[in-house]
Design a protein around this ligand. Structure first.
Ligand SMILES: Nc1ncnc2c1ncn2[C@@H]1O[C@H](COP(=O)(O)OP(=O)(O)OP(=O)(O)O)[C@@H](O)[C@H]1O
Length: 292
């Protein structure tokens, strides 16, 4: 069964406030998606719709051709990992894995136990006594071991230190390769996670700013550096996202793709054309509205 996600003209209102406005997205099954957006862009709202935690105000959502809200069959195929309040949780790791095993039909107990060991989670402490990073590692363990066709991590790394986050990312890649399925990662840590993404969705103020394969997106950005007047001449007419100047040297971030002929012209002028990262594009694309 294929679990493509089809979101059509979805709007979500909290009272009078529109958190998502006329969103349409098609997420083909089997890929790793990065969902990025600034604070309040609507990421958690969108992910909550997919996990059937809430219903859209307008529009339609289909997962594998079926609408997810209050649909037990679809809900069982989606696992949303998010920051959980464990302040009242009296269970230990074993009890948490027992519960996950009961409710998640594809749950791989052996794999979960391997991850518990990998993340060095204590077996003798109650989960409410775990550090924040340990609680996040437990969530990630349950999320991955659930092997749900659609697995969503909403800023699931909160509190994890850098080596633990790296372990999380590597584990996602390895497990996705061994058990292909849709994985959606929402994050603010764009620079350290961009290598995970096959496709990127950028939400901006409740709208989809773009959705495309990461390599195509990153190829569209470039930085042009050299003598200020030559750089100005070269980038005139291009979409410019950011400018830095130090003395007579200028660097301009452009967006829209640079042709081979343009690269040759830049080389002729002694200009350096370099790549830009997803993080840089994200920062500057969400600073201003894209001109169509
Ligand atoms: N229950 C609610 N009632 C009213 N407004 C809400 C509610 N939940 C979210 N919002 C608003 O909807 C908008 C989108 O919130 P959401 O949590 O989806 O954003 P986000 O992209 O996940 O943000 P962050 O990166 O800060 O976690 C924000 O302006 C937020 O204030």
């Amino acid at each position: 069964m294929s679990y493509d996600i089809d979101i059509r003209q979805v709007t979500v209102k909290y009272g009078a406030f529109e958190a998502l406005t006329d969103i349409s997205l098609h997420l083909a099954c089997g890929k790793i998606y990065g969902l990025i957006g600034r604070n309040g862009a609507g990421k958690t709202t969108l992910l909550s719709l997919l996990a059937s935690f809430m219903e859209q105000t307008e529009g339609s959502i289909e997962i594998g051709g079926k609408q997810p809200f209050e649909n037990a069959e679809v809900m069982s195929q989606v696992c949303l990992v998010y920051e959980t309040d464990y302040s009242e949780e009296t269970e230990k790791v074993k009890g948490m894995l027992d519960a996950a095993e009961r409710y998640r039909e594809n749950f791989d107990r052996k794999y979960a136990e391997e991850l518990v060991e990998e993340f060095k989670l204590p077996l003798d402490k109650k989960v409410r006594e775990f550090s924040k990073g340990m609680q996040s590692a437990l969530n990630v363990t349950i999320g991955l071991a659930s092997r749900s066709p659609i697995t969503i991590f909403d800023e699931a790394y909160l509190g994890m230190d850098a080596p633990t986050r790296e372990k999380f990312y590597q584990t996602v890649l390895e497990d996705h390769a061994a058990h292909p399925r849709t994985i959606i990662l929402s994050t603010h840590l764009v620079s350290e996670m961009e290598y995970l993404f096959e496709e990127v969705v950028i939400l901006d103020q409740g709208k989809v700013l773009l959705h495309e394969p990461i390599d195509e997106l990153v190829e569209r950005g470039a930085s042009v550096t050299g003598v200020a007047s030559d750089v100005d001449e070269f980038v005139s007419g291009m979409k410019q996202l950011n400018t830095k100047q130090l003395g007579g040297t200028k660097s301009v971030m452009v967006y829209g793709g640079i042709t081979e002929a343009q690269r040759k012209a830049a080389a002729h002028l002694g200009l350096e054309v370099g790549p830009v990262s997803l993080q840089e594009l994200f920062i500057h694309l969400t600073e201003e509205e894209m001109e169509e």
